[in-house]
Design a protein around this ligand. Structure first.
Ligand code: FES
Ligand SMILES: [Fe+2]
Length: 295
């Protein structure tokens, strides 16, 4: 699949060489001179994974299997080398782009987000489901009430000018305030900005406005790692958010993912699903995924 994928939190990439994975693609993250770069990890000689036992020497990786120096990113004729991938390290998140195409506005979006927000890197969770199943959640109107107890207005989907897919609605969340009675709700504007089959930024504009970045990156067929990050607008709040603000939101996000995970990990996708009108936003997402296929 083309597009940007989150392969790690930066806090977990402190070694000189770190293995990463996007679907069937093995990647080695290289930390040198304070910068992070990403390369194909498969040695062109006979296929050893360069991140497991390799070492950096003179700007090349010495392969752990037969000791050849594997050059980084060059394609000079006759030399053993591995191609480079674009990397974006922003606000503690490490993203790798699978190909030159399909930036979809992500580099500009996440750079602006990091400038205007306090960012809190949350947690990782392994899920036995395809990454598209995780990201499709942002489009799946009916599940919000059935699974999470959150009522929503109708979803509207449109293509963003730079290639992302945007879905918008309003959420009505039970306020949890007993004085309000059983029917008390707080409303929040909902906007999801989807930039790849594995990456979405959800902006919630309620009493406490915040943004949730969810990366779901395929690690093996039918399996992915979900990474979740929160961002709070700097406007009106010069200091980073206190733990008492973000910890309940992280716990809430984890609970929500756990509620979804039970469903995701036991899904049997029928060969001919009986699509309903409310599934239209999900179908738009599947068409978006098809356009990012590279096989
Ligand atoms: S497999 Fe890398 S040097 Fe042989
Ligand atoms: Fe969900």
């Amino acid at each position: 699949m083309h597009g940007w994928y989150q392969v790690a939190f930066e806090r977990d990439v402190m070694a000189e060489l770190t293995p990463a994975r996007i679907g069937g693609r093995s990647i080695v993250l290289v930390r040198a001179d304070g910068a992070l770069r990403a390369f194909d990890a498969v040695c062109p000689h006979r296929g050893a994974h360069l991140a497991y036992g390799g070492r950096l020497a003179d700007g090349a990786i010495v392969c752990p299997f037969h000791g050849y120096a594997i050059r980084l990113g060059s394609d000079r004729l006759g030399s053993l080398c591995v191609p480079e991938y674009a990397v974006l390290t922003v606000a503690g998140m490490v993203f790798v782009r699978r190909s030159a195409a399909h930036d979809n506005g992500w580099a500009a979006y996440v750079t602006a987000l990091a400038r205007d927000h306090h960012v809190v890197n949350g947690f990782e969770m392994s899920v036995r489901a395809p990454m598209q199943t995780v990201i499709e959640n942002a489009f799946d109107q009916r599940h919000f009430h059935a699974v999470h107890g959150v009522r929503t207005d109708d979803f509207s989907v449109h293509a963003h000018e730079h290639g992302a897919l945007v879905v918008e609605s309003t959420f009505h969340v039970p306020s949890g305030d007993p004085r309000g009675g059983a029917e008390a709700f707080v409303s929040a504007a909902y906007r999801a900005f989807v930039v790849s089959p594995g990456l979405v930024s959800v902006e919630l504009r309620g009493a406490t406005p915040y943004t949730v970045i969810t990366g779901a990156t395929e690690t093996a067929p039918g399996e992915c790692v979900v990474r979740l990050t929160l961002a709070f607008p700097r406007a009106g709040s010069p200091s980073p958010p206190p733990a008492r603000l973000y910890e309940p939101l992280l716990a809430h996000s984890r609970r929500g993912l756990d509620e979804d995970r039970i469903i995701w990990e036991h899904l049997s996708t029928p060969s001919a699903p009986r699509w309903m009108p409310a599934d239209e936003p999900s179908l738009a997402f599947f068409a978006f995924c098809d356009a990012h296929r590279d096989d």
